[in-house]
Design a protein around this ligand. Structure first.
Ligand SMILES: [Cu+2]
Length: 699
């Protein structure tokens, strides 16, 4: 409903501008009617253009009222106090100032027509040129255009300049029009025998005005475009600091100025000493890979395969990964998505390391401390790299091979890594129905990993009740049995489903194609079943509560607000709808500042019109509430939290992993368009930088 409201405001605002503009032009031309008959019929048409804009205006106002009645002030404050007056007040001036004058003129022309059918009398010219008749129509159009501007470029959080400049332009333009109409009215009154200017003269004057407006517009357009160019080099440790409210915020500034005890990101490494328990080699290379159907994909791969090799490890093991770049010209890294490793091992080009260029090698060392389903991908040019195949799954098994109280061997572990290769959907490298043999009675764990870009993937498990055992690599407490439930995984997110294989086929359907999925059966045969009606899975109330290190009633050291929104504008010379973080895009987006040990709360509010799976590196956040409703099920820890339009999430985490951590939308196309910010620990510096003058382009 939120989305319908904001789309209504947008669409109706566009219509309002068009309708009022037509009204304004017609009002101004009334004077040039030529004959009494024409003048009379034009007054009728103009009455119609007083009525017509009421429809879109009413739609805008209704949508704003709905927002005001159902949502928090952050969703409607600007719309109620800025946009609604811009739409309503000028419209009232049409009705209370212009229309009475118009009616008077209409009755005069009617009488005149009935009596003589003669030419227009001077008194009628005076009335047709009256600023009180013409100006309200044109003011309404200008005002509607300003309201539309605020719809496209909202000033939220409130920015003084961003609000006053458009209003000032509106006032200047309105004042010019008012002066022009007064001048014109005076000329008409002075002339004893008024003659409308010739069409050519009017056309010339109008062209002149348009050229001036276009010139100013062109200048502003270019100015904004040039201003949006990203600097050649950006140090991610610099930026707009946001210290959050809360207890820790006050002293924060002083700590920053104390330069003692500064630590470089490059020194925040995993264990440097010790023989690794497990060593992996990843070689990034271009390769044409064949999917199961025989279709080929020109891919960027780790080790020549898509997805890259599954990295399986056990809890507590010391892991060493050697990454070599063969021939990926833009460079590569390996980021362990969801695994909270030390900062220097996080694999973000420009933040925690330099991109690994062709011929170079980089070694990561970390201890696998969390059990669960993760994935890794390149965080250099990540939108292109991930879409082309530089990713793989990363699974951390518990220390014991199996939990004997729950599972009896053998245990079937299926990684379901879904990805769209251009127009071909595949699970792993399988783009056909994937049939797998599973003996009845076998415990099954399906690890759903959505590696796509801007696709909230839907997974429907048919043929058995199941549990959602884990989200984002964290087990849920006492998950209940589910049936006829679809699980929607945001891009970058992971959900683990568990069940015991029954004596009949089980089918995991992915997406909207009925035959896209995995069919499990005893003999590898069987038919794809009909898909039932389903309800979406909701983690907010699922499972049972369990004690957590902190909760909604804790006292927080930092309290941040993060508003996600859309804005029409430039990003690095590209004109587009930008996805903003507190009204800004990288590198102007705020940097959340914390101190080690802080308990941090963040309220994420999405005013925009599309979903944003927000991914915080190096930490897992605990969901406290959604839309004011507290989380009442199992503790819900997330590293990739999908925030839908109109939603508000309160999340919290402990700042226990010092460094410089990316916090971005995992719809990588959004991140690449600037929806990227970072969490910064006080006292941390980075020797790395990003920008066109460097080799590092993390998004
Ligand atoms: Cu996004």
């Amino acid at each position: 409903m939120y989305n319908i409201s904001i789309q209504t405001i947008l669409a109706a605002s566009v219509l309002l501008v068009i309708f009022t503009w037509i009204g304004g032009v017609k009002a101004s031309r009334l004077l040039y009617s030529g004959s009494l008959e024409k003048l009379h019929s034009k007054t009728r048409k103009l009455l119609f253009w007083a009525w017509f804009p009421i429809l879109p205006a009413a739609a805008v106002v209704t949508a704003i009222v709905w927002l005001q009645m159902n949502m928090d002030p952050i969703f409607w404050r600007d719309r109620v106090f800025l946009q609604a007056p811009l739409v309503v007040i000028p419209l009232l001036s049409i009705w209370f100032v212009a229309v009475p004058k118009l009616l008077k003129l209409r009755s005069l022309t009617r009488v005149s027509l009935a009596e003589s059918g003669a030419a227009i009398e001077p008194a009628m010219f005076h009335r047709a040129a009256s600023p009180g008749l013409v100006f309200p129509y044109q003011l309404t159009a200008l005002s509607a255009a300003t309201s539309l501007y605020f719809t496209l470029v909202p000033s939220v959080p409130f920015q003084w300049m961003e609000t006053t400049i458009p209003i000032a332009i509106l006032i200047v333009l309105a004042a010019s029009l008012w002066l022009r109409h007064n001048l014109r009215a005076k000329q008409v009154r002075k002339a004893t025998n008024y003659q409308a200017p010739r069409l050519l003269a009017r056309f010339g004057a109008m062209t002149g005005v348009l050229i001036v407006i276009a010139g100013i517009g062109f200048y502003l357009f270019n100015f904004a475009m040039d201003k949006s160019v990203l600097p050649a080099e950006i140090d991610m440790a610099s930026g707009t600091h946001d210290y959050g409210g809360g207890a820790g915020g006050e002293h924060a500034h002083h700590d920053m100025t104390a330069m003692a005890g500064m630590v470089s990101v490059a020194d925040l490494t995993g264990p440097k000493e010790g023989t690794p328990d497990r060593h992996f080699t990843l070689v990034a290379q271009k390769k044409t890979v064949t999917l199961s159907s025989g279709k080929t994909v020109d891919a960027w791969t780790y080790n020549g395969q898509i997805p890259g090799p599954e990295l399986r490890m056990k809890e507590g093991e010391l892991i060493e990964v050697t990454l070599t770049n063969d021939d990926i010209d833009v460079g590569v890294t390996a980021h362990w998505h969801g695994l909270d490793v030390p900062n220097a091992e996080d694999g973000v080009a420009g933040a925690t390391q330099n991109a690994v260029m062709p011929g170079e090698t980089y070694t990561y060392r970390f201890r696998a401390e969390q059990v669960g389903s993760f994935w890794y991908h390149s965080h250099q040019d990540s939108q292109e790299a991930v879409s082309k195949g530089l990713f793989g799954s990363l699974i951390v098994e518990p220390k014991e091979t199996t939990d004997t109280t729950t599972f009896t061997i053998p245990f079937k572990d299926i990684t379901v890594m879904t990805h769209r290769w251009k127009n071909t959907f595949a699970i792993g490298a399988n783009d056909e129905l994937d049939r797998q043999k599973v003996a009845p009675g076998t415990p099954v764990r399906m690890r759903l990993i959505n590696t796509d870009d801007w696709v909230n993937q839907t997974y429907t498990l048919v043929g058995t009740p199941f549990e959602v055992a884990a989200i984002d690599g964290t087990d849920l407490n006492k998950p209940g049995l589910l049936t006829n439930t679809r699980v929607i995984v945001p891009t970058g997110g992971r959900f683990d489903l568990t069940f015991v294989m029954p004596d009949h086929p089980v089918y995991l359907n992915v997406g909207t194609n009925k035959n896209g999925g995995i069919l499990l059966s005893e003999d590898g045969q069987g038919n794809v079943p009909e898909l039932p009606q389903t309800v979406p899975f909701d983690p907010l109330t699922y499972g049972s509560p369990k004690a957590t290190p902190f909760d909604a009633s804790s006292s927080f050291d930092r309290d941040f607000t993060l508003i996600l929104d859309n804005k029409l504008g430039f990003y690095n010379r590209n004109f587009d709808f930008l996805y903003t973080l507190n009204g800004k895009v990288f590198p102007d987006a705020p940097m959340f500042m914390v101190k080690e040990g802080d308990l941090v709360k963040t309220t994420i509010i999405s005013r925009g019109n599309v979903e944003h799976p927000m991914h915080l590196h190096g930490h897992h956040v605990l969901v406290l509430s959604r839309n004011g409703k507290p989380s009442t099920g199992s503790p819900w820890w997330s590293d990739t939290l999908d925030v839908q339009p109109g939603e508000t999430y309160e999340v919290a985490f402990v700042a226990n992993n010092p460094g410089l951590w990316m916090d971005h939308c995992h719809n990588l196309v959004h991140a690449a368009a600037g929806m990227s910010m970072h969490l910064m620990y006080e006292g941390v510096t980075t020797p790395f930088s990003v920008g066109s003058g460097t080799q590092n382009h993390p998004e």
